[in-house]
Structures are given as C-alpha cells and as structure tokens.
Design a protein around this ligand. Structure first.
Ligand code: CO
Ligand code: ZN
Length: 347
C-alpha cells in the first residue's frame, strides 16, 4: 500500500493543504480529464461521462494538527489546535513544525517529571494549552526558522499491523485513497464524475460547502472514516462499526441524514455483488456530506465510511479488506448509477 503510506505521511493540516494537494493532483491527473483547484484550495478532478447528470465525490485531504501560537524566550513553542484532540492522546508524541524548514520536535505537557510530582499534581487533567514543543534549539534559532501561524503536524510512521494499516492522518487519507482507486476501476459510467479532495473538513466541513456550490451535482457521496469502537472500553451497541466487517453505508450522523433511496441503492449493489458491508449510525460527528446536502436548494447525499479504530490519534487503524470493499462498492455504484434516473429525495 505504497500510495496509502504516501498519502498519510504527507502533511496537510487544515488550511495548509498545499503539500498533500500536490500529491493528490499527480494521482488525479493520471485518471481524470480535467483537474483544477478552487479559491479555497479544494482539488477538483473531472472524469467525463456521457453527460447524464453529475455525481460529486468528496474526501477531505486536511488532517487535524496545530498552528504555532507563541514562541517563548527559551524557544519553546505553544500551539493552537486545528481540529478535535483528546489531550490524553498527546502524551509523548512527536511533531513536525513546518517552518522555513521542517523541524522535528517533542510534544510535552508543562509538568514536572513524575519522580517529583505530588499526589495532588498527578490528578490534574491535562489540557491542550498545557502542551509545548521542544525543538532542541535556542530561542534565536527557533525565531529564525519558525513564525507564528506555521502549521504543525503529528508524526507517526505508517505501519502494517496484522491485517490492518495504521498511521496518523488515516482520517481521511483512507477516503482519498478509496476515491482515487475507485476511479481507476470505472469504465461505463454515464454521469460526469467530480472527485473533490476537500479542504478544512476538520474545522467545519468548509471546503465541501464551496466546492459543491460550484459543481452543482445531482448527488453527492462523501468518503470518510468512521468510528470502529470495537475494542476494550466500548459497549457493543456503541461500536458504530466493526473493523474487518466491510465498508459502512451511513444512514445518519449529526451533520447529515443520507438520502433513503441512495442508501437503498448502495445496499442493493453491495448485496448483489457480495461486497462485505455494514450499516452505520453515528450519534456524533459528521462528514462532508453534511455540507453538500445543504448546498443551494439541497442535494441528496450518502457517505461510504471506512471503519477506523483510534480516530483522531496518531494510530488510526483501518482494515485492508474494508478498504477493498469501499473501493469495490464505490466503483460499482459509479458504473451502474445514472443520477437522473435515481429516485432520490422523493420519500
Ligand atoms: Co476527523
Ligand atoms: Zn474525517
């Protein structure tokens, strides 16, 4: 999975997607008729059909990260989070500060070493603002290389673990991969297919809003990861999805309710082609579908999700077969669906 490794390892903190955008642009150029980016930085690839409607695919290319907020007089860097973090997951992490050059740093909470902590101090809950980056350089050198506003990304190597892949930024480079790979597999599609690698999803589904307004699709499919809370600590009814049980067809989350006929259609295709799938209801969280759905006068949407353990940590983990299933289902749907015939929104 060389491509997934490249996608996850390339930085693209929300609002600063330029590096990941160029990686995806290369891939899109090989499989699309046209590729362009818009004012917000969304990357839009068009694969032309015979003009029977427009389908928009959206996978966000931004990842959660930080911006440099403050550099103190010892050269320690303070951070502004971009996207949702659990401070407990930041202990002992390493980051890359993307200044004039990329600098590796240690992320550490402003606390004393455990040896000299009092019992009272041990109980204190850490917050993001307690963390700082140690770049191992004196103040003057940090000031020379780093500016307020520079993006900071989490660092974690890509690993194959059993039947799974694990890395930072699997949210949502796994979705980007599904989109890129599915496009390679389609031949007889009639709709024009717009593949959008969106920006700023992690801060409020922003890129999908402007790109769908511009494209005016007849229907939209978001591709994203979703919770697979199927590990110790979770209750079975709250798993949302299970790793290895196939692509998840989303029924709803807190940003969108998928179009009923679109869900039915995806499910029928999955059943008839024996593509392993599961149905998903996510109580909290959203995907780009939430923005596409509310674009203009409303657009029918659905989301295909790749189940993912440990979301918003550096060890986000997806299953190989689930990725394959997502690619297969999306490709079949695109090959078989004429959005102008699909009876969306009518129930
Ligand atoms: Co996310
Ligand atoms: Zn996501």
């Amino acid at each position: 999975m060389k491509l997934l490794e490249l996608l996850t390892q390339t930085p693209g903190v929300a609002g600063r997607e330029e590096r990941i955008r160029e990686v995806i642009r290369k891939e899109m150029e090989a499989s699309c008729d046209e590729v362009r980016s818009d004012a917000l930085g969304n990357l839009i690839g068009l694969k032309k059909g015979s003009g029977q409607g427009k389908i928009m695919l959206a996978a966000h290319m931004d990842e959660i990260g930080f911006l440099v907020k403050y550099i103190d007089d010892k050269g320690f860097v303070r951070l502004q989070p971009v996207g949702g973090f659990d401070p407990r997951m930041l202990m002992g992490r390493r980051v890359i500060v993307h200044g004039k050059v990329d600098l590796i740093g240690n992320l550490s909470p402003s606390t004393k070493p455990v040896h000299i902590l009092t019992e009272e101090e041990k109980k204190k809950q850490l917050q993001i603002k307690d963390f700082f980056v140690d770049l191992g350089l004196p103040h003057e050198q940090v000031k020379e290389k780093v500016e307020i506003g520079d993006p900071v990304s989490l660092r974690q190597e890509f690993a194959r673990i059993g039947n799974n892949y694990s890395s930072k930024a699997m949210d949502d480079r796994a979705g980007v991969l599904v989109m890129l790979e599915a496009i390679k597999k389609i031949q007889q599609h009639r709709a024009d297919i717009y593949m959008v690698a969106t920006v700023q999803e992690e801060v409020g589904l922003r890129g999908a809003l402007t790109s769908s307004f511009g494209i005016v699709p007849d229907l939209g499919i978001a591709l994203d990861v979703t919770l697979a809370a199927d590990y110790p600590g979770g209750e079975e009814p709250e798993y949302v999805t299970r790793l290895g049980e196939g692509v998840a067809i989303k029924i709803m989350d807190s940003a969108s309710i998928s179009d009923h006929n679109l869900v039915k259609r995806l499910r029928e295709i999955a059943r008839s082609e024996n593509i392993k799938h599961q149905m998903e209801i996510l109580p909290r969280g959203g995907t780009d579908a939430g923005s596409i759905q509310l674009s203009r006068t409303g657009i029918p949407v659905a989301t295909l999700s790749v189940p993912c353990r440990y979301i918003h940590t550096v060890n986000e983990m997806v299953n190989r077969n689930d990725l394959e299933a997502a690619i297969d289902l999306l490709a079949s749907f695109l090959n078989k669906t004429d959005p102008l015939d699909l009876n969306t929104g009518s129930i």
